[in-house]
Design a protein around this ligand. Structure first.
Ligand code: URA
Length: 263
């Protein structure tokens, strides 16, 4: 391919910037200063740009812990996107493989590998996705059974069987029952408002095999509950690295990439 295409594809700059850099003698190929931005280079060529090596990679893969408040898109004229958060020298063809709602946190794969993303997201493949959620109200064994049977949402959508695991049901919430002396909606001596409805939240994990719009929120809504916090923990074999703070990302390891390719 052309040298300027190679460098712009790797995110070194625009074609115009690269042409200027070549003219200024700032690009080398296999140890020699390049003279022509149109010269042919290959994946094995040793290219440097402004003194830094630029290694050719056809595909790149980032694991991100998506923070709340950004949208799962490549670029947007008004809103910050997950791709905007990648601040290293970045290529132009990155996109998030799948969507999380703006207020959802957690595991997101950002790549330029369309074929791999397609395999991961295709409804045919039924790739499991595990989420941690905090929901209003008390999750019961009836809910667990309804998720396992496959919910039918009010709009008629038939969900595939999902695994719901109760980590903490609202009834176990000590805060809710800790101060029975204060009637509901009155202020306790410590300043807190005793309001069972407001405090009653359950913690759960849910595994779904599909990824329809707002799916988990709609599933809980169908059971009369609201999702207050949602975080994706896994996608197929990929597990969110718990050292990543919201907004942080890293490249996938070879092992992680291999596990995705074997899907
Ligand atoms: N289900 C939802 O409701 N929202 C998400 O972001 C992901 C799954």
């Amino acid at each position: 391919m052309r040298l300027d295409k190679y460098l712009s594809g790797m995110g070194a700059g625009t074609r115009t910037e690269i042409k200027k850099a070549v003219k200024a003698g700032l690009v080398t190929v296999d140890g020699a200063v390049a003279k022509d931005p149109g010269m042919q280079v290959g994946e094995d060529s040793a290219v440097t740009y402004r003194g830094e090596p630029v290694v050719y990679e056809e595909f790149v893969y980032y694991m991100m812990n998506k923070p709340a408040g950004v949208i799962s898109a490549s670029d947007d004229s008004r809103e910050e996107t997950v791709v905007d958060l990648i601040d290293e020298q970045k290529r132009k063809d990155l996109f998030p493989a799948g969507r999380l709602d703006r207020d959802t946190e957690g595991l997101l794969l950002i790549t330029n590998d369309g074929a791999l993303a397609h395999r991961l997201l295709s409804p045919k493949h039924h790739v499991d996705k595990r989420y941690y959620a905090e929901v209003s109200g008390t999750v019961t064994e009836d809910d667990v059974q309804a998720f396992a049977d496959g919910l039918i949402l009010p709009d008629g959508l038939e969900c595939l069987p999902a695994k719901l695991e109760i980590l903490r049901a609202a009834d176990d919430d000590e805060e809710v029952s800790s101060d029975e002396s204060v009637p509901d909606n009155e202020t306790a001596p410590d300043g807190s408002v005793h309001d069972d409805e407001a405090l009653a939240t359950s913690e759960v994990e849910v595994v779904i095999q599909e990824g329809k719009f707002h799916q988990i929120k709609r599933m809980f809504a169908a059971r009369g509950m609201e999702v207050l916090y949602l975080k994706r923990l896994t996608m197929g074999p990929l597990i969110l690295d718990d050292t990543l703070e919201p907004g942080e990302y890293r490249r996938l390891t070879e092992k992680e990439l291999q596990s995705l390719k074997e899907l």
